[in-house]
Design a protein around this ligand. Structure first.
Ligand code: ZN
Length: 148
């Protein structure tokens, strides 16, 4: 898939795409948003329980390529417990990383596994898709977001 990604990062992505975390419908969710990437066929629904601007719980369901699934899996792990502001900050750093290949942030942790995606422009949308849906839930928008 990504021959020139280093093995560790590739393993993280493969692991999360094969065994996605937080992959269920969150029954207590008070926000839901769906994202679609028509170019690749990815679709993801993000469920979140947001209280006082804090992501108490977050989950997702959907289908698509390994990158979109791994991104949704790692993202939901990363966003749990974050405030809306922290989530947006994390997205800015993640966006920098996958569009330029580097980020100033030291807080990306497993999200750093996507550092090689910038070499594959068509895959950038796959990686960003779950974030668009998650941020839509933080903004209180219950709608369908599309990368198109
Ligand atoms: Zn995709």
């Amino acid at each position: 898939m990504f021959d020139d990604l280093n093995d560790l990062y590739q393993q993280v992505i493969l692991d999360h795409s094969k065994s996605p975390r937080n992959f269920f419908k969150l029954e207590v969710a008070n926000r839901v948003a769906e994202g679609r990437n028509p170019l690749c066929g990815d679709q993801v629904t993000v469920y979140s329980l947001v209280e006082n601007e804090v992501v108490r719980e977050i989950s997702w369901q959907g289908s698509g390529c390994a990158i979109s699934k791994a991104s949704a899996s790692i993202m939901t792990d990363a966003l749990k417990g974050k405030t809306a502001e922290q989530a947006k900050e994390l997205f800015r750093n993640f966006h920098d990383l996958i569009t330029t290949g580097s980020s100033d942030s030291k807080d990306l942790n497993k999200l750093a596994a996507f550092g090689g995606v910038n070499k594959y422009p068509a895959r950038v949308k796959c990686a960003i898709l779950p974030w668009h849906a998650a941020l839509a839930t933080l903004d209180g928008k219950a709608n369908i977001v599309s990368t198109e």
